[in-house]
Design a protein around this ligand. Structure first.
Ligand code: FA5
Length: 348
């Protein structure tokens, strides 16, 4: 290459280099500029490789100028790199900045589940009447769940079609809280006044009024001189406390092996007021089973059935919740949809 031509190339490249480097706004752009200026195909390295063919003085002079050009571009690249790196770090810090003076975001508190609200209210009503709360296991044996309750071996509830058995012979998931009647009477002498809230399990087809895992509240009273009038009065007092005076309660005959006479307790429908509609059918919503404790059951627990009488009932807590809150499908209570549950915030 002609030495003059080579010197002009160096000047031009220095000029171009200063502009490219100043214009590089990112580290990637700066890498691009470096390749364009100092890469294998760039003009300055081409000048450098032509130096060897020049005569003495011209070679020295062009060699010196090339070195100066290289040194200037390298240090300009270096300086710009340092600037960009610092800028990138500042940018990162800015993006990550936390304004500690802003008010915090308070986590939204949850609220009690409607079934919990109802269960607590039921327990409160009965404890105010003088009952105490008793508990029993959810995995129960056949004696407490069936035999002691006078439920004969051929009763359909005892088959696997209706009940959920566990892998240990003789044990099952309790089908009703009535099992705790037996446990209570086995563990204490009369008089007995207990309520038992708890979870029960049945092999059921789930629909708007049936679940296979649901809750009951059992009530058991055993004392001298208790009659059907005490049972009816207690159920009525409960219904009015729970649902308000506009709701009517009734008991009608029903059969359960562990009571005699047996009854069913229902309240007037909250939608149609006892007239009959799509939700209730005949104007009444079944809440639970009830009756006078069968003498055989008292004797199974070592009580003197000549001296003591008792009444018992078992209310479905989901059914009570449906009437109290006007819920027409029981599945809503267990699906866990926050939009449904939010409505119970602040509700008693
Ligand atoms: C019983 O469970 C008896 N132990 C009740 C009883 C206690 C009778 C003491 C006499 C003396 P029953 O199977 O009818 O009875 O259930 C009682 C209540 O539980 C029903 O009225 C209903 O409110 C509720 N219930 C029953 N099955 C379901 C279900 N699959 N899903 C939700 N609630 C149910």
């Amino acid at each position: 290459m002609d030495p003059n031509e080579a010197a002009r190339t160096l000047e031009r490249e220095l000029e171009r280099g200063r502009e490219l480097i100043a214009a590089a706004g990112t580290l990637e752009a700066l890498d691009g500029a470096k390749i364009a200026l100092l890469g294998r195909k760039a003009p300055i390295p081409a000048v450098q490789s032509s130096i060897g063919s020049l005569p003495g003085d011209a070679r020295r002079e062009l060699g010196r100028r090339t070195n100066v050009a290289f040194a200037e571009l390298r240090s300009a690249l270096e300086a710009r790199r340092a600037e960009l790196e610092e800028g990138a770090e500042d940018e990162l810090l800015r993006a990550d900045a936390v304004d500690v003076t802003l008010p915090g975001r308070r986590p939204r508190p949850g609220s009690l589940h409607p079934l919990t609200l109802v269960q607590e209210r039921m327990v409160e009503i009965f404890t105010r009447m003088g009952y105490r709360v008793a508990e029993g296991p959810e995995i129960e044996d056949e004696w407490h769940n069936f035999e002691a309750l006078n439920i004969p071996p051929d009763h359909p509830a005892r088959t696997m079609k209706d009940s959920l058995y566990v892998d240990v012979p003789g044990l099952l998931l309790r089908t009703e809280t009535s099992a705790v009647q037996i446990r209570t009477m086995e563990s204490q002498d009369p008089p007995v006044y207990v309520v038992v809230p708890g979870r029960v399990y049945r092999r059921e087809a789930v629909d708007a009024t049936h679940l296979s895992v649901f809750h009951q509240l059992e009530c058991l009273a055993v004392d001298e001189g208790l009659s059907l009038a005490d049972l009816k009065g207690t159920l009525e007092a409960f219904a009015h406390e729970m649902f308000g005076p506009q709701i009517q309660a009734r008991i009608t005959p029903d059969y359960f092996p562990f009571v005699e006479p047996g009854a069913q307790m229902a309240v007037s429908c909250f939608i149609c007021n006892g007239v009959g509609c799509r939700v209730c059918g005949n104007g009444w919503l079944e809440q639970g089973g009830a009756g006078m404790v069968h003498p055989t059951v008292l004797e199974n627990c070592g009580y003197d059935a000549e001296r003591y009488t008792g009444f018992a009932f078992g209310l479905g807590i989901e059914r009570v919740a449906m009437v109290r809150y006007g819920v027409n499908d029981m599945r809503l209570l267990v699906e866990g949809d926050v939009r449904f549950l939010e409505q119970f915030e602040g509700v008693a």
